[in-house]
Design a protein around this ligand. Structure first.
Ligand code: MG
Ligand code: MG
Length: 250
């Protein structure tokens, strides 16, 4: 069942989303070669908890051990922070974070270049970020979930990269994952109709090579089957009469 939010609930989510946006901006600034992914996790948890009423959504969600997911190079999503996992120059790292504030979740992700990266990797980041922007622009009342997917798909397919289909965006609010699913592909005017009060996480995951995915033996980390690099950008967005309201900006 889809849980529509009142204006008051959306304002609460926007407050939590500001904390999340600031967390993501802080982590983007802190990423550097030589640091472990565990350090990023610790920074995120400390920063989120420094805001009264805010906690990291991911900690314990479905049993996940960290406050952030950190996924490097061919890892698509759900990488587990680790003291043994150290960033190298030339890596790309996706950081996915959630904040629970006053009973409501928000969800955001970004992908960062560690030092100088190959041109193809930089293009992957640019395309994925542009695909997210296109998806957000399509999140209009009276459009459908398929319009968001179609807008994302158009940007990604024009680039020659591929969209991950095994993982999708989602409704979000009191529960971290709510209905509807929000695929990063689709056809205009298909799927759930977008109405004011709907709050969704839009999150394109884009691979340099093929779309295939595989889950590692740790049962969390999802990687590309062909070993190609993958990027992930995400915002939580409210559908409003005035258009899409991005809730997870700093
Ligand atoms: Mg996320
Ligand atoms: Mg999400």
């Amino acid at each position: 069942m889809i849980q529509l939010k009142s204006a008051r609930e959306i304002d609460i989510m926007a407050h939590g989303g500001q904390i999340l946006g600031a967390t993501v901006a802080m982590l983007r600034r802190e990423v550097r070669a030589g640091m472990s992914t565990w350090e990023l996790d610790e920074m995120a948890e400390t920063f989120i908890r420094s805001h009264p009423g805010a906690t990291p959504s991911f900690k314990g969600l479905y049993g996940f051990p960290g406050s952030v997911c950190v996924s490097i190079n061919d890892e698509i999503v759900h990488g587990i922070p680790s003291r043994r996992r150290v960033l190298d120059a030339g890596d790309i790292i996706s950081i996915d974070v959630g904040v629970k504030y006053d009973g409501y979740h928000t969800d955001s992700a970004t992908t960062v270049a560690v030092g100088a990266v190959p041109d193809e990797s930089q293009r992957l980041l640019d395309v994925t970020e542009r695909a997210l922007a296109a998806g957000i622009q399509a999140a209009l009342p009276n459009n459908h979930v398929g319009d968001i997917g179609a807008a994302i798909q158009a940007v990604v397919e024009a680039s020659g990269f591929s969209i991950v289909r095994d993982l999708v965006g989602h409704g979000i609010g009191v529960a971290f994952h709510e209905e509807p699913q929000v695929p990063n592909y689709g056809k205009p005017k298909r799927g759930t109709k977008l109405v004011p009060g709907l709050t969704i996480a839009i999150e394109p995951m884009v691979n340099v090579g093929g779309p295939g995915t595989r889950t590692m033996p740790d049962r969390w980390t999802v990687v590309t089957v062909d070993g190609s690099r993958s990027a992930h950008f995400e915002h939580t967005v409210a559908i409003t009469d005035g258009g899409p309201r991005v809730l997870t900006t700093a």
